[in-house]
Every structure is written in C-alpha cells, then in structure tokens.
Ligand binder design. Sequence first.
Ligand code: ZN
Length: 191
Amino acid sequence: MPVCNNELNKRYGISLTYGKVMALKTPICSFDAKTGVLCSKCEERLRSKDLTQDEVHASIVLTRLAQRYSEVDKITLVTAFKVETDFVLVMRGSDLQLIRTHEAIRAETARQFGARVWMVESDSSDRRFIENLLYPRRVLSVNLIWLPDGNKLTRAILDSNRTSDLGNDLYKIQRIAKKIKDIELLVEHKK
Ligand SMILES: [Zn+2]
C-alpha cells in the first residue's frame, strides 16, 4: 500500500517528499498526485468527503506543472473548486505572488486545466479574497450594504471609471464569491 505523505506530514510536521524541503504540497499525497492514482487513505478521504474530486484533479494538474516550473513546485495548494467551467485554486498567501505575475505559468496553468484559472489566498479576509479575484484591478474600498430584508451585499469599488473593464469576468467573479465565501458581490467603479 502506498504511504500517504499527507498523513505523515500531519502527524510529524515534516515533508517526506523526496527529501526536499521546498516541494509542492497538495490536498492529496505527492505520490498519488504524481501517479494520478489515489492510495487507499486518500480514496477513503474522498469517500468520506474529507477530500473533493476538484482537489484531486487540481493536485494532479499542478504536480505536472511543477515538473516544468520550479515556482509551482514551491506552492502549497490548500483547496480547489470548480465553479461552472472555471477552476479556483486556493493557496498560501505568499505563494500567490510567486506565480500570479508569471505570464508563462498562468498561460500553461489555464492550458493544463483546460479552463480559466483563478488564484486566491487561503485564510484571507473577505476584502483580500475580493481583491484576489479582481486582480490586477485596484480595489479602493470594500463595504457591506444591508438591505431592508436583512440580507447583505458586499460592495467593492474599483479605481477605474471604465464600466466595460470587467465584461464577462464580473459574472464569473460574482459566482465564485457566492460559491466559496457566500458573498453577494456588487462591483462599482469610481465615480
Ligand atoms: Zn494518498
């Protein structure tokens, strides 16, 4: 039975991934991500919903990318979601900077996933999460609007007065914000 590195990581706080200190970490063990076949432990986690099919898929694709790009080999993928046809990768905050500005990696990531790929930071505030989705646009402010019926909207104001700037992205960003953080997002432009 293959050894599940994630289990060992959890128990001892160490990475046994080929003895490297810096190596891509994903929700499944690295052996599984490399072979594309889940070990019995990860298979059981998938059955018990401790792991999702989206996380498994993202782990395998990123592991393939890590073989070509050393930057990808440094990241920690926390979780991943498929939202309609797009993929959202949730990673450690510092990791986002490593690959977000790297045009070739972004393009190849989209190609390998066969989808539009969004990257956001884990453990971030709602504001940060919204900034990540709207990147590279600059967000001036984020505030809550309470509706008379008790529901709330989250309004982000962009430092741009071009209303056509977002286009179809706005719809996608709103769907992602709703699915992952249950945020009803409203995006406005600086007047
Ligand atoms: Zn495993």
